[in-house]
Design a protein around this ligand. Sequence first.
Ligand SMILES: [Zn+2]
Ligand SMILES: [Zn+2]
Ligand SMILES: [Zn+2]
Length: 356
Amino acid sequence: MQRFVCDCGNVLFFESSRCLQCGEEVGYDPDAQKMVVIRPGGWGQRCGNGVQYGICNWVVPANGAAAEKAALCFSCSLNRKIPNLKEERNVRLWGRMEGAKRRLVYSLLRMGIPLASKVMDAQSGLAFDIVSAQAQPGVTMGHLNGVITVNLDEADDTYRQINREQLGESTRTLLGHFRHEIGHYFWQRWMSEAAWDDPQRLAFRERFGDEWRDYGAALSWHYQFGAPQDWADQFISGYAASHPWEDWAETWAHYLQILEGSETFEGLGLETKRIALPVVNFPVEAGQLPNSLPQDEKADKAFVTWLQGWVSLSTVLNETSLSLGQPAVYPFVISTKVAQKLRLVDHLAKVWAAGK
Ligand SMILES: [Zn+2]
Ligand SMILES: [Zn+2]
Ligand SMILES: [Zn+2]
């Protein structure tokens, strides 16, 4: 996340809706990718979901309509289904969902990845169904043909904590869910249509394994027997070991996490070179792309430096968290194999952002 500043010079945060120094109403403008002051009669107004339910701080171009008819921002406009808002609990949980989703959309827009809603592009656009288990019993999180379904109850801290314990996913978060599912969406959008010997597809297979493996059988196996003992040598999470598609989604989600974490540190003025820790040295191959892709030594090196920086920063995060009596917030070890997968994600995200 970048560091934002108000017109008055005060610092603003991504979730800010008012500046605490000058008192002006503020919001995030996804087109300009910055926080802006909302002035009466100005060019922009609050997203309709912000006006009506107080759950969104993004800004849309003013359309002259009364405030309660304000248009939805790009993030909110991606919703196809939302929960029943007559229930107060639903509004509260939905607000948390949208907060996590805006952070996802922020990252994707900032990476420059072209995004369209299903309304704009029925074939390959994106939509979200935010569904409560009361309305649809047994609803689970998932992606299918550009529609990401999320279970509203995941926004309930108690419910999510139970899942954390039962599934052994100590870092289960709403934002993590969104990042994981969007990974599936991008895979389907760019990879599934490519020829079997397309260079990107060959690269995928080399790093993540055979994508033709029976998905249903692989997941049943995983839920029955769990991940192999030595999963951390090759995977970022135990779940990633279940199938190459899940490995991709988990690695993609993890890449976004590092990207945002690193940008936040940088925005707040922390420099890795000032951290009093020995640098973790990844071997050269950690930054290398599979042979089917054009090689770029400079980019490989830049990637390894970036990743090493993150390892230092995450140690600062963990040690600070432990000092406060909390568990380590980043309980991950990045092996060389995982670094290589992250490198491929890094490369493909940039290629897709460039429209190739
Ligand atoms: Zn201000
Ligand atoms: Zn909105
Ligand atoms: Zn998945």
